[in-house]
Design a protein. Structure first.
Length: 358
């Protein structure tokens, strides 16, 4: 079945429908990962967005037991070519069937290089995937321009508190749209991990007397999370050790008085270089974000930059002055992507131990 991708600037791509055939309007973003498409599809940070995969062949190892959450989250999926015959000893099905089961509209057979170039040059924009042969572009464009992602954290977070038992440190994980490998990375280090829904009151978390608090990744504009930021302010004042990733990093910065702004086209993929300003060492990182903390407007008495993006110089992490808090914009738990920066979980454990090196 023929399908169309219509961009906010009026550009139209024609391809083949994959997955659900319903119409979809969303923000169009691109991901440069060469593998890990299932982890991308099940990353809650993509709620409210449609994902373009820049690697030209997707689905060659099928669907494997590597989901990072309970379901797929992107509004839409855009690829150059889908593998028709997946081959892997862990394969449990095809990506085509998975998209249909998850009710995700998609389009294949378009020039994803040209599409990515448009998004890089003009910036992230909204778009529609439709199978309607008689679509009216002039009626669609105003709908695209008015689309706003909205409160996607409430959609992506868990519904109730969960506990992963452990004999080590007790960590409270605030689920803002967390990938499972965050809890898994802590649990593998012996931690007892209690996962809380995003809108949990800070008093409930603090009263449980955790050794540390983890703020997870998640979707959407951090500035929209007004009530969550108010609760994080209380966590900031508690002096409990905190480690935050991605959206959690941004929300902690906003709670401390910083500002965030939207990047032109964001960082999404498993090949982004970040520099640890403490050691000077560069790590290849997994990333998925469209917003960044503006360190030029941040009070240096509150926090100082800890990591920087080697490509564009934007902030990739903060260490808080006089507080047992450090945060990163990238994903040390990877999935997909390199695990070069997994040592940050060990640094968090050291911080909970009261180490002077944390």
């Amino acid at each position: 079945m023929k399908a169309f991708l219509i961009l906010e600037d009026g550009t139209v791509f024609t391809g083949t429908s994959i997955g659900s055939t319903r119409d979809m309007i969303s923000e169009i973003v691109f991901n440069t990962s060469m593998t890990g498409y299932l982890e991308v599809l099940t990353d809650p940070s993509y709620a409210g967005q449609a994902v373009v995969m820049t690697y030209p062949l997707i689905g060659n190892y099928g669907i494997t037991p590597d989901m990072e959450s309970r379901k797929a989250w992107p509004d839409g999926y855009i690829v150059r070519e889908l593998s028709r015959r997946p081959s892997n000893f862990r394969c449990e099905g095809t990506i085509q069937d998975f998209l249909a089961q998850q009710d995700i509209p998609g389009i294949a057979g378009i020039d994803t290089r040209a599409l990515t170039r448009i998004l890089r040059e003009k910036g992230t924009m909204n778009g529609m995937i439709t199978t309607n042969l008689n679509y009216n572009r002039e009626e669609i464009l105003p709908l695209l321009k008015s689309y706003h992602i909205g409160d996607v954290v409430s959609r992506a977070t868990c519904r109730k508190k969960q506990v992963l038992p452990g004999d080590g440190k007790k960590v409270a994980l605030l689920d803002l749209g967390a990938k499972q490998n965050i809890a898994r990375s802590l649990h593998e280090r012996g931690c007892e991990v209690t996962i809380y829904p995003a809108h949990t009151a800070a008093e409930e978390i603090i009263s449980a007397n955790p050794d540390g608090i983890m703020l997870s990744n998640g979707p959407g504009d951090p500035a929209d999370c007004v009530s969550i930021i108010e609760e994080i302010k209380k966590i900031y004042q508690s002096n409990i050790p905190v480690f935050a990733i991605c959206l959690g990093h941004q929300l902690m910065a906003l709670a401390a008085g910083a500002k965030t702004h939207k990047l032109k086209y964001g960082h999404r993929g498993g090949n982004h270089p970040v520099k640890d300003l403490r050691t000077g060492r560069v790590y290849i990182s997994s990333q998925n974000h469209g917003y960044v903390v503006d360190t030029d407007q941040m009070d240096s008495s509150a926090a100082v930059p800890a990591f920087v993006n080697v490509n564009d110089g934007t902030n990739e992490g903060l260490e808080y002055v006089g507080k047992p808090i450090f945060t990163v914009q990238f994903h040390p738990e990877a999935c997909p992507g390199p695990q070069d920066s997994g040592y940050l979980f060990d640094r968090f454990l050291e911080m909970m131990e009261g180490s002077n090196n944390a």
